[in-house]
Design a protein around this ligand. Structure first.
Ligand code: ARG
Length: 422
């Protein structure tokens, strides 16, 4: 092992049990409230809380109140919606990203941003560690930690779920009770699901969904109207693109977060973007989840339509070949890796010509493209493609040689076969 690595390891080894200050990704919910207290007790360290508004649609003030109650002196509550939409969701959408053919990565794409802010706040407050409430079974722990290490190789990370003995709901409740942590009594008795929400999606896992044969209970779908109950009147819209990003809806200029909010509202109304899927987690197990990505589904469909008119064939095909790789990188937590950054540069470069408008109709779970146009970048040439008289724009006899040369090897092989057959 090189000397430098040894030195780094020794340094870490020596300070192993001493943590002075930890920045906790704090949602204000029960689990992370328990973690807040547990960190104070187990590590005897000062806890800094960080709560982000990434569009999960929850009031964040209770998080402040609860943190104050437990003596937290440095409380960070930040609105990250704009940054999330602009620097994470939009770049990802430029690649038409989908994991395993179905999952729009709503949770995966939010994790690097949260990790980045944790690391930045640790630097700012002089904390030596960060902590999160992701369990030891999931992808989120990997995404948080891989991202954090990429941004600060010396950061210490505490993942209480992998350390503590609070391994059941019962034990957690008992801990909460002993330590005066409030357990909210929800009107519906609390959701039986593990939920994660942000501006791009809401996900549900667990409960009856753990049997992949079970049909999800109606209450799983919490954002979108059922396509069966969606309005009988279709709605038409014109989505405007500039450099591969949606910048207008019906001619109105919007920022990326405003675009997502507007498309979510429309998508929810028309029952768009539901997915009930079984996916492969990075840690090796399969998982069943129900996802609602209403705005994202509209973005994806319209973006593809815009690209269909404005991208060169080989550029489009190359993007499509690389997309699953890119999706896997994001799913597995490698947003800040050199290979993701390299691919992003390539994807972004391809988007220069993706300008124009797509006209769509939303109707009972469907996004139908009704038309597309690009005054500046359309590669669609009616003069050439027309079924009518093309006035010499295209010489059909050129196709004879094209086909003959492309078929040459097949003819040689067929000839050989004929020779041996007889
Ligand atoms: N299975 C999805 C993913 O890995 C969703 C995870 C949701 N996370 C959560 N903490 N409930 O991206």
């Amino acid at each position: 092992m090189p000397e430098t690595n040894k030195a780094v390891l020794n340094k870490t080894e020596k300070n192993k049990n001493v943590i002075n200050k930890t920045v906790l990704a704090y949602s204000g919910g029960l689990d992370t409230s328990i973690i807040m207290k547990w960190l104070q007790d187990q590590y005897h360290c000062e806890v800094v809380t960080f709560t982000a508004d990434i569009g999960q649609g929850e009031d964040l003030e209770p998080a402040r109140r609860k943190a104050e109650k437990f003596g937290v002196k440095e409380i960070f509550i930040e609105d990250l919606k704009e940054e999330f939409a602009r620097d994470y969701v939009f770049p990802m959408m430029r690649a038409n990203t989908i994991y395993e053919g179905e999952y729009m990565l709503g949770t995966a794409i939010a994790r690097p941003l949260i990790a980045k802010r944790l690391v930045e706040i640790a630097r700012k407050t002089g904390a030596d560690a960060i902590a999160h409430g992701a369990t030891g079974k999931g992808n989120d722990q990997v995404r948080f930690e891989v991202s954090a290490y990429a941004l600060n190789p010396d950061i210490r990370i505490i993942a209480p779920w992998r350390e503590w003995d609070l391994t059941s709901r019962e034990r957690l409740m008992a801990y909460a009770e002993t330590h005066g942590i409030e357990v909210e009594k929800k009107r519906d008795g609390g959701s039986p699901y593990s939920i994660d929400a942000n501006l791009l999606h809401i996900s549900h896992e667990g409960g009856e969904l753990e049997d992949p044969w079970n049909t999800p209970d109606d209450q799983v779908w919490s954002w979108t109207t059922s396509p069966m109950d969606a309005p009988d009147e279709a709605e038409q819209l014109i989505i405007g693109f500039s450099g591969g990003d949606i910048t207008t809806i019906d001619g109105k200029a919007l920022t990326p977060d405003e675009v997502l909010i507007a498309l979510n509202t429309l998508g929810c109304k028309h029952g768009i973007g539901r997915a009930d899927i079984v996916e492969n987690r990075y840690v090796g197990m399969k998982n069943r989840g129900c996802y609602e990505t209403p705005g994202g589904a509209i973005m994806l469909k319209t973006h593809r339509a815009m690209e269909s008119l404005t991208l060169d064939r080989e550029v489009a095909h190359l993007k499509d070949e690389l997309m699953p790789r890119y999706a896997k990188l994001i799913y597995n937590g490698y947003w800040f890796s050199p290979e993701r950054l390299m691919m992003q540069k390539m994807i972004d470069a391809s988007q220069e010509s993706v300008n124009g408008e797509v006209r769509i109709r939303l109707y009972k779970g469907n996004v139908d493209v009704l038309g597309r146009q690009s005054a500046s970048d359309s590669l669609f040439d009616k003069k050439i493609v027309t079924f009518e008289e093309d006035a010499g724009a295209y010489d059909q006899s050129d196709a004879t040689g094209f086909i003959k040369l492309n078929a040459l090897r097949l003819r040689i092989a067929a000839n050989r076969k004929r020779d041996t057959d007889f």
